[in-house]
Ligand binder design. Structure first.
Ligand code: BGC
Length: 496
């Protein structure tokens, strides 16, 4: 073994010399170990900071989704609005989000992920303050459009950024944190809806979102640029420095850099790649299908209309309905921790199967209960249990996993475009599901509507079986290379 000064021990050294030398080596090694441990724990803390800051985007997304259902009745009363204007106030955000998701693809490629997030943060601040101070319905619609742009940009950029900075062993958990923040945002909004039902001040409720948005802006400015984006810009030294802070271990940094570098020689393309490359069309299609099925689970029917569903289930007062809705929000948060804990251990597909089964069971039970007519405490409790089961199933699976998979399956040369398209589809499908729920209730009936969602969840499980790859622990580069080499979608990442 080498001594600490780099020379081998002399033949003449006495037993005492040797034992001193051994002590020295041991202490040197333990110093090394200590410093490695220190660096690694520092980089873990830094990783956590990066993850939380980027995931704050999810919090704002959730707040903006959740707050409007509680505020709308008061806004309608204040401005004396008809149904049409109310629908516009709700849906203008989704229109903005669809546009924002597309624009973010271009922005985050040109300016970098960090600046795209910073622009989203500024739009969040402007949109929140504007909606709080809106002087007429037109202003409110415009303000919600701005908020939508912010939500769309953030929902594109945050998972993309997280997938690019995360070490692959914890990539699933890091992107799930984004979904966790969405659920926390929705829960906070549900709670504020209760507060609102007492103080009846909608302006305050909409405007106050500017405060977390300001924190988000500060946090984003402190984030490092994505190492993959830096490499695309030929800023290798900066990329190495960022990876060093995130990974702690130089050997891991080197391994990552070699892999990413090889991949980054290809320029990013969008439409032209889509037109010319069948393999890319497959991953874009898979992203679209995943986001459509995430919405077809019926999640936002519950998010937007939970009080109405509880009314169907026999909860008479508005207050009871709002509190039951808060429980939905709480279960949504708690179950997301399940995904964070297991996504990188069990893998994506087993969790999705389990989630689809639980969601289908929850929706079907609710349908059957409504068919039988929910009367009495037992039936009411069963209806709540069915709904909560559905939410838990979504939160531990389709919620985070669809965002994770969509940010993993696109090849580097078309990643921004591919993720932008799937994010756009998330918002369009969200809008369609929200807009058709009430008509479904009145045309096919309450019970059948929920049974229909149950069937869609079963189909989702089948789609996962046939088309979704298992991406756990596989580098983004391997997934992309397999795709472009023409491997079947469900086989991407498998050792060939
Ligand atoms: C979905 C949203 C949904 C939210 C609920 C997200 O993953 O994309 O549409 O409202 O989860 O937690």
């Amino acid at each position: 073994m080498m001594s600490t000064d780099g020379t081998f021990g002399a033949k003449t050294s006495s037993r005492r010399d040797r034992s001193e030398q051994t002590n020295l080596e041991t202490s040197h090694m333990s110093t090394l170990d200590d410093s490695t441990v220190l660096t690694q724990s520092r980089s873990k803390r830094y990783g956590l900071f990066v993850c939380l800051m980027a995931a704050l985007a999810g919090l704002l997304f959730g707040l903006d989704i959740g707050v409007i259902s509680g505020a709308l009745p008061f806004i309608a009363k204040h401005f004396v609005l008809n149904d049409r204007s109310q629908e516009w106030i709700v849906s203008s955000m989704m229109v903005g989000a669809a546009i924002g998701a597309l624009g973010a693809g271009w922005l985050s490629y040109r300016l970098g992920r960090r600046y795209a997030l910073a622009i989203a943060a500024v739009l969040f601040i402007v949109g929140s303050l504007w909606s709080g101070f809106a002087v007429n319905p037109a202003h409110l619609i415009a303000a919600r459009l701005v908020l939508g742009l912010a939500v769309g940009m953030a929902s594109f950029t945050a998972p993309l950024y997280l997938s690019e900075v995360a070490p692959r062993q914890v990539r699933g958990a890091m992107i799930s944190t984004y979904q966790l923040m969405i659920t926390v945002g929705i829960l906070a909004a549900f709670l504020s809806n209760i507060g609102l039902s007492y103080i009846a001040d909608w302006r305050w409720m909409l405007g106050v979102i500017a405060i977390p948005a300001a924190f988000f802006l500060m946090g984003v400015l402190a984030l490092p640029d994505s190492p993959r984006w830096l490499l695309q810009r030929n800023r290798g030294d900066e990329a190495r420095a960022v990876l060093q802070r995130l990974y702690g271990n130089p050997a891991d940094v080197q391994a990552e850099l070699e892999q990413v570098n090889e991949d980054n020689t290809r320029p990013q393309r969008g439409w032209s790649l889509l037109r010319s490359n069948l393999n890319f069309r497959r991953s874009v299609m898979l992203g679209i299908v995943l986001q459509v099925f995430q919405q077809l689970t019926g999640i936002n029917v519950v998010m937007y209309y939970a009080p109405r569903i509880f009314e169907l289930a026999g909860f008479a007062t508005h207050e009871q309905q709002l509190w039951a809705t808060v429980i939905v929000g709480l279960v949504n948060v708690v179950a997301t921790f399940g995904a964070i804990a297991f996504v990188d251990r069990w893998g994506r597909k087993p969790i999705l199967y389990a989630g689809c089964a639980v969601m289908a069971f929850g929706m079907c039970s609710l349908g059957i209960l409504l068919h039988a007519g929910v009367a009495g405490l037992v039936a009411q409790s069963l209806a709540v249990a069915a709904l909560l089961l559905f939410i838990a199933g979504f939160a531990m699976s389709a919620g985070p996993l669809v965002w994770i998979l969509c940010s993993e399956i696109q090849p580097q040369q078309g990643r921004d475009f591919g993720i932008a398209v799937s994010t756009l589809v998330n918002w369009v499908a969200n809008m369609v599901v929200a807009a058709t729920f009430l008509s479904l209730l009145s045309t096919v009936g309450e019970a059948n509507t929920f049974v229909l969602y149950a069937i869609l969840n079963v189909i989702f499980g089948i789609v996962v079986f046939f088309y979704v790859p298992e991406t756990r622990g596989v580098s983004l580069e391997k997934l992309g290379n397999d795709l472009m080499a023409g491997k079947r979608l469900r086989d991407l990442g498998k050792a060939s």
